[in-house]
Design a protein around this ligand. Structure first.
Ligand code: SF4
Ligand code: FES
Length: 553
C-alpha cells in the first residue's frame, strides 16, 4: 500500500483516495464541512485546506504545492507530506471559522444541533474564540421547506450537502442555492416542497443547525440521548439504524452507516415509523376473557394467572379435546421470538401447525438514482421467521397466512396462538372470520385489534426496540439488533412470554430471555447453523471524546 505522511506520522492509503479520505480512514482528524463520502466533492467550505509537499517526479526531492490545497479534492500520492497543523494551515482554519461565523446568529442555547454541531466543535478546536466583526449581521428567514424539515437559513454555512443530496441521491432536485455572496441562501424551487421519501436525511447531512427535524424540534438536548444500534423494524430493508432514547422513551431514529445495506441513509418511513411504540393504545397488561380486568398494581400476579390460563387451555386442547394447536408467527417478530414460540407450541403438540403471519406490501420496490432502494415489503423478518419455523418443522415448508386461515377453518384446531406486533391494524376480515372456529385464541400483540378483542387471553408483547433479536432482510442478510428501552409498563418480549409459558408447563421458574444464547441454541438445529456464524452484529464504534482542554476559571 502506498504511504503518505500527515502531521509527521506515516499512514497508508488506498490508491485513488483523497488526502482527507485517507486521513479519516486512519482516524486522523481533519476539519471538513462540505465533504461527505456519499456525495460529490465540491471543495467549497475550504476548512480542510492543508499545506502539502510532494516528491518531484524527476529528482525525488520534496517540493511544496504553490498554495494551500483542499484535502477533500487532492488525490493522495506516494511520499506526499501533509500538514494540517502548520502555521499556514492553522491560520486558514481560523480565517474560515471567523468568516463562517460573521453572519451566524450564535444561538447555540436554543439550537437543536447544539452538542452535535460541527460549527460548534470546530469553533472550540480551530476557531479564534473572539469575533472582530462589529457590523450588523445579515438576517435570514426561517423556512418551512417540507413536511419534515425546517430551514434556519441564518445558521447555514453554504456547504451545499443538502442540495447535492437532492440532486445525486434522490434525483428529486427540490433544493437550490439562491442569490450570491453574503445574501446567498438555500431555498426550495418555487412551487416545490422537500417531500421525497428520503427527505429527513438532509437533517443528518447538515453539519450545523440549519436543517432541523420538525419531529425532534426542542424535544431533547442531544447529550441526554443514549444510542442503541438497531435494525429497521418496519420494513424488509434491514436498514441499520441507531435508536436514540432517554428515560425509556425513544426520541429519534437515525441511520447507522453500513456500506453493504443502507450506506448513510434511511427512509422517512423508517425514521418516523417507530411512533406506535409509545402509542396510548399500547397493550400493557394481560387480559383474560373469563375474569375482570387484572389489577395494574399487581402485574406479576396478572402475568402468573394469564400464563397459567394459557398453558392449561393449550394442554386441554390437545390432551382432553384431542385437537391440534396452531401458531401464527408474525413477520414483525425476531428469529428468536419465532424459535421460542414454536418450541413451546411443539412441546405441547408435536403436530402443531406453524405458519408465517401476513406480510404487508405497499406498491413496488423503488430505487433512487443514487442507488438507495425502498422496499415494498413492510415487515422486517418474513424470511427469518419462515427459516426458523421450517427448521423446527424438520425442513418441511410451513403455511403462510392464507394457508393458516384455510387450515383452522377446517375445525381440526382447538387453540391458536396469534402474534401481531404490526405498527398499525393488520387483521384481515378473513383471518378474524377463520378464527371463529377455534375455541381458544391467545393473542400476543402490541396494539388492540379484531383478534385481541375476540381472544380468550391477550398477552402484551414488546416492540422491536424493546427487545434484542435478529431479522433477515429482503436480500437474505441476517442482522442482530439490541434492546434500546424496556418494554412499556408490563409488556414482555414474545420470547420471554414463550419461556414463561414453557416454565409454567414444567412447573419451574422461567429463565430470562437472552438473544445471544437463544441464537447459540438455534444454531444446533439443522437448517439454522447460520445463526452461529452468519448473523451480522452491530459494530460498536468508539466515540472519540472532544480533545477540548478544560480551562480553570
Ligand atoms: S442547510 Fe445545512 S446542509 Fe444545506 S448548505 Fe446549509 S449548512 Fe449545508
Ligand atoms: S471539506 Fe474540503 S473544502 Fe470543504
Amino acid at each position: 500500500m502506498p504511504e503518505l505522511t500527515i502531521n509527521g506520522k506515516k499512514h497508508s492509503f488506498k490508491p485513488g483516495q483523497s488526502i482527507l479520505q485517507a486521513a479519516l480512514d486512519q482516524d486522523v482528524e481533519v476539519p471538513h464541512y462540505c465533504y461527505h463520502p456519499g456525495l460529490s466533492v465540491v471543495a467549497d467550505c475550504r476548512i480542510c485546506i492543508a499545506e502539502v509537499w510532494q516528491p518531484n517526479a524527476k529528482t525525488g526531492k520534496l517540493e511544496p504545492f504553490p498554495k494551500l490545497v483542499p484535502t477533500c479534492q487532492q488525490i493522495a500520492a506516494e511520499g506526499m507530506v501533509v500538514y494540517t497543523d502548520s502555521p499556514k494551515a492553522v491560520a486558514n482554519q481560523k480565517s474560515v471559522m471567523e468568516f463562517l461565523l460573521i453572519n451566524h446568529p450564535v444561538d447555540c442555547p436554543v439550537c437543536d444541533q447544539a452538542g452535535e454541531c460541527h460549527l460548534q466543535d470546530y469553533s472550540y478546536q480551530y476557531g479564534r474564540g473572539q469575533s472582530r466583526f462589529t457590523e450588523a449581521k445579515n438576517k435570514q428567514p426561517k423556512k418551512d421547506i417540507g413536511p419534515n424539515v425546517l430551514l434556519y437559513s441564518d445558521r447555514c454555512i453554504m456547504c451545499t450537502r443538502c442540495v447535492r443530496f437532492t440532486r445525486e441521491v434522490t434525483g428529486t432536485n427540490e433544493l437550490m442555492v439562491d442569490g450570491r455572496g453574503s445574501t446567498e441562501q438555500i431555498d426550495i424551487f418555487p412551487g416545490m416542497a422537500l417531500d421525497n421519501e428520503l427527505s429527513g436525511n438532509v437533517v443528518d447531512l447538515c453539519p450545523v443547525g440549519a436543517l432541523l427535524d420538525k419531529d425532534f424540534l426542542f424535544q431533547q438536548r442531544v447529550w441526554f440521548l443514549k444510542k442503541t444500534p438497531s435494525i429497521d423494524g418496519i420494513t424488509a430493508s434491514g436498514d441499520n439504524i441507531s435508536v436514540e432514547h432517554n428515560d425509556g422513551r425513544v426520541y429519534r431514529v437515525k441511520p447507522r452507516q453500513n456500506d453493504d445495506v443502507n450506506k448513510w441513509w434511511i427512509t422517512d418511513e423508517v425514521r418516523y415509523g417507530w411512533k406506535f411504540v409509545h402509542s396510548d393504545a399500547r397493550l400493557t397488561l394481560p387480559a383474560t376473557r373469563s375474569r375482570d380486568a387484572f389489577d395494574p398494581l399487581k402485574p406479576m400476579e396478572a402475568w402468573r394467572e394469564a400464563v397459567a390460563a394459557v398453558d392449561a387451555a393449550m394442554s386441554a386442547c390437545v390432551s382432553v379435546k384431542k385437537k391440534h394447536l396452531a401458531l401464527l408467527v408474525s413477520p414483525m417478530l425476531s428469529c428468536e421470538d419465532a424459535y421460542n414460540l414454536a418450541r413451546y407450541a411443539l412441546s405441547i403438540d408435536a403436530e402443531a401447525m406453524l405458519a408465517v403471519g401476513p406480510v404487508p406490501f405497499q406498491g413496488e420496490d423503488k430505487t433512487f438514482p443514487g442507488g438507495f432502494t425502498i422496499r415494498a415489503e413492510k415487515a422486517p423478518n418474513a424470511r427469518g421467521v419462515r427459516r426458523v419455523l421450517e427448521a423446527l418443522a424438520g425442513g418441511k415448508p410451513v403455511a403462510n397466512a392464507q394457508g393458516f386461515e384455510q387450515a383452522i377453518a377446517s375445525g381440526k384446531y382447538g387453540a391458536a396462538i396469534v402474534t401481531g406486533n404490526y405498527p398499525s391494524d393488520w387483521v384481515t376480515p378473513a383471518l378474524a372470520a377463520s378464527l371463529k372456529s377455534v375455541e381458544t385464541i391467545v393473542a400476543i400483540d402490541t396494539l388492540p385489534n379484531a383478534v385481541t378483542s375476540m381472544a380468550t387471553v391477550v398477552l402484551p408483547g414488546a416492540a422491536w426496540v424493546e427487545k434484542a433479536g435478529s431479522f433477515e432482510n429482503a436480500t437474505g442478510r441476517l442482522q442482530s439488533f439490541e434492546q434500546a428501552i424496556e418494554p412499556v409498563e408490563f409488556a414482555k418480549s414474545e420470547s420471554q412470554i414463550a419461556l414463561d409459558l414453557a416454565a409454567a408447563r414444567a412447573g419451574r421458574v422461567a429463565a430470562g430471555y437472552c438473544a445471544a444464547s437463544t441464537r447459540a441454541e438455534m444454531a444446533k438445529l439443522a437448517g439454522l447453523e447460520c445463526m452461529a456464524n452468519a448473523v451480522h452484529a452491530p459494530e460498536h464504534t468508539a466515540t472519540v471524546e472532544s480533545d477540548m482542554v478544560m480551562v480553570e476559571l
